[in-house]
Structures are given as C-alpha cells and as structure tokens.
Write a protein that binds this ligand. Sequence first.
Ligand SMILES: Cc1cc2nc3c(=O)[nH]c(=O)nc-3n(C[C@H](O)[C@H](O)[C@H](O)COP(=O)(O)OP(=O)(O)OC[C@H]3O[C@@H](n4cnc5c(N)ncnc54)[C@H](O)[C@@H]3O)c2cc1C
Length: 387
Amino acid sequence: MSDPELQTFRAEVRAWLEANAPPEIRQPHAETCFAGRRWPYSADQRLWLDRMSARGWTTPTWPREYGGAELSPQQAHVLDQELARLGARKPVENQGVWMLGPALLEYGDEEQKRRHLPPISSGELRWCQGYSEPGAGSDLASLQCRGVQDGDDLIITGSKIWTSHADQCDWIFALVRTEPDAPQHSGISFVLIDMSLPGVSTRPIRLLNGERHFCQTFFDEVRVPLTNVVGGRGRGWSVAKYLLQHERSQIGGAGGASRALGNETLVQYARRLLGDEALAADPRLRQDIIDEQIDSWALEIWMERTRDLAVARQLSSTASSGLKVFGTELAKRRSEIVLAVAGDDGLEAGARASHAWLGWPMSTVGGGTTEIQLNIIAKRELGLPQG
Ligand SMILES: Cc1cc2nc3c(=O)[nH]c(=O)nc-3n(C[C@H](O)[C@H](O)[C@H](O)COP(=O)(O)OP(=O)(O)OC[C@H]3O[C@@H](n4cnc5c(N)ncnc54)[C@H](O)[C@@H]3O)c2cc1C
C-alpha cells in the first residue's frame, strides 16, 4: 500500500474510532476485556466489542471468512497506533486472539478454522492453555496427560497446572500424549476441548497476593472427537512450538506498555510526581529513565518487525524468544523505576505501581522462563554448545 493510501486509511480509521469508541474504553486505566461467555461485560465493553468485531477489527489481519478484515500488517499497525492515540483499549485480548488463532490459521483444517476462529474473533468464546503439568514445565515434552483412542474419539485423562484463568474460560487447547511408545516429542497431540464436557474440572490456585490467576485443570476420562486434534494425531509438538512463538512475542510486546503509567510516558510521570528540581538533582534516576525510553523505542521497532514476520509466517523461535526476554526484562526494570518514583504511595496495597512491580516478574516465567529463552537463542541462533 502506498503512503497516500495509508494516509487515507489512517484518516478513515481515526474518524471511525472517534465516532465509535465509547467513553469508558478511552479511560487510561480501563479494564482489559478478556471476553467469553463468563466475562462480566460492562455496557461499553459489550458495545465496543460488537462494533469492532462487526468490522473485523478484533482480529484485523485474519481472513474475512474467519472474522477478520484482511488488513495488511501496515494497516493493522495504523489501527493499533490510532487506538493508542485515542487511549482506547483493544476490544478483546485473550489467548484465543494472541495464540490459538494464529496456530489454527497455520495448522487447522478448513472445518476447524470455520468452526473455531469466528467465535474467537467475536469474543464469544474464551480459550485457555493446557500445556504445563505438575511434572512438566520447562521440560514440556515430558508431559503425561494421556489420550486413548476409542472409535472416533479420544478419551483424555490427566491434569494440567498453572492454567491461567481456566475457571473463566469456555474451551482449552491442550497437549496430550496419544502415542506413549513413540519418541518423546512425536507422541503428543494438540487437542481442542470444550470445558463444559463431563469430566473437565478446575481448581483455582490462590496466590500470595490473594489473586486467583491460575488453576489446576483436571481431565477425568473426557471424551473428545478426533476431529478436534489439530495438525494430525501425534504431531502436536510442531503446533505447540508455533503457538509458543506467538505467545512469547505477545508477552514480550506487552512489555512496551505500562498500565501503571496510564497514558503517560515515564518522563511525564516522573516530572509530574517529583517535579523538575528533584529530577535534576538525581542523575542516577534520570539515567534510568533515559535508558528505559531508548529501550522502549527499540522494543517498538522490534515489535513492528515481529508483526511483519508473523503475518509473512516467517516468525522464528529465536526472534520470539529474544523479544520475550527483552520486553519482559524492560517491563520489570520500568516497574522498579515507577515504584521508586511513586515512593511510599506506590507501596500502598492496591496501588498500580506496586501491583505492576509484583506482577512483571511472573511474565519472565509464563510462556517459558528467561533461562529457557536464552538456551534457545544460545543453541539455535549462536550455535553455542549445550551443557
Ligand atoms: C504468569 C504465568 C502464567 C502461566 N500461564 C500458563 C498457562 O496458561 N498454561 C500453562 O500451561 N502454563 C502456564 N504457566 C506455566 C509456565 O509455562 C511454567 O511455569 C514455565 O514453563 C516454567 O515451568 P515450571 O514452573 O515447571 O518451572 P521449572 O521448569 O521447574 O523451572 C524451575 C527453574 O529452573 C530453571 N530451568 C529449568 N530447566 C532449565 C534448563 N534446561 N536450563 C536452565 N534453567 C532451567 C527455570 O528457568 C526456572 O528458573 C504460566 C506461568 C506463569 C508464571
């Protein structure tokens, strides 16, 4: 698309968003909408989701027949920029949009795409991820949850752990061992499971800060049709790895935004809270803020490249691992600065600054730990010998 065409597109997007984004969605600290049948939508969230989904802008680069708008990467980026300019939240953010959708587009058969992609795009269904098990985290391929074929079905038994928000989700994509005698990575299937089926249950895990982010998810002889296996029986490892690339890019990219800052930059925030005189007297803090700003710009450029690679289906595991490490470490560093600037006020229970500071270290674990990402880069990108 030429520059003038892109400018025309930007003007159209801007006018439409200004006319259609409800007031609540434009608040600096508006709540993320994770959507799905169990989500307690506010009136504005529902309206925003319906309006954006009708245009295909909840999943803008997806094909139209699956709920998207077939925007080019540049157009999708313009949409993101215009949403940010308005301070508007995205209408739906969840693991279906970020992770399962791209994996289904790549590995799903036509029937699976037609059935599962539109309800992700419209926000009707919310998905969770059943990868980790009590004995399989970093060493994911040692998973034991098993699926035994019975006629046209798989009977699934086992449990998953650290399933984010499983008790609020409608479906789960899970890794299941279907060929116990095959080599470790070959006997795994990627299965789509309706959480309302008999035998599926969840038990929330309460965290130290009182939140209930995770669940343990149990499968007790759950009967799932073989048509719900994505990418072929016993070939789920490739699907799983592809999905992880999108998960890691998404987690890394999220390090570019700070909910604790709302619509402010770190510079604006520090100037507002401390005043220029105090800031001028603290060269160490100024240096930290400058480093954060430069790295935030670098992350933006990295994300733009990652988006292009993803749409061109050329995203590599090392690119997404690198983005995850860089983005999450940056966010962790930023949350420390935000807390330092906020001082005692930031430590108050419920304060955004302390919440972000406590929360970001989790992102260096979820989706695979920093150590594992560095191992991937060391092996695949640098060719370093493994210990
Ligand atoms: C916020 C968050 C959300 C999550 N959401 C989900 C979810 O929705 N679904 C899901 O399935 N899972 C989820 N997880 C689980 C996550 O994927 C695992 O916690 C992660 O893969 C690490 O596994 P583990 O906890 O078993 O740690 P372990 O694998 O036991 O690792 C323990 C420590 O040892 C290190 N280590 C392990 N192996 C190596 C190695 N070879 N080289 C160097 N160091 C190593 C690790 O880096 C880590 O520091 C989530 C986790 C978090 C924190």
